[in-house]
Unconditional design. Structure first.
Length: 133
């Protein structure tokens, strides 16, 4: 397995786990019955502010997988692996982790900076595929 694929799988796993903190908050805020009721999953019932931000951070992480994962898979299909792509996937992973943390904590500047770093890492992958770097 290439380093790019390895970090993509770690990123997917991390993103898949991002829902756990806000689910735990929901259990504490609404109780088990209120959490599992299917008729009102997102009606604005009691939920901590940080948990609402965590939900948004998770949504953003999932949206960005739609750019990151295909780029990594195209790199793999084209048998491209460079020092830049290997660094970019690691940077992307940690930028997304930091983004989740600062978004959940409500740190606007940190949210913007970490998002930008992750976005630039995606651009490195795409620019490499296109032969621009």
């Amino acid at each position: 397995m290439t380093q790019e694929l390895h970090w993509m799988i770690l990123t997917v796993l991390m993103t898949a786990l991002f829902w756990l903190p806000y689910l735990l908050d929901r259990l504490l805020s609404r109780g088990l019955v209120g959490t599992v009721r299917s008729d009102t999953p997102e009606t604005g019932e009691q939920q901590s502010i940080w948990a609402k931000r965590a939900m948004k951070a998770h949504e953003n992480a999932v949206e960005n997988l739609a750019v990151f994962s295909p780029a990594v898979l195209v790199l793999h299909a084209l048998n491209i692996s460079t020092p830049a792509t290997r660094l970019a996937v690691v940077v992307y992973f940690f930028a997304r982790l930091a983004h989740y943390v600062v978004y959940t904590a409500g740190i606007p500047l940190g949210r913007t900076l970490t998002f930008t770093v992750g976005w630039l890492a995606q651009l490195v992958l795409i620019a490499t595929i296109l032969g621009w770097i």
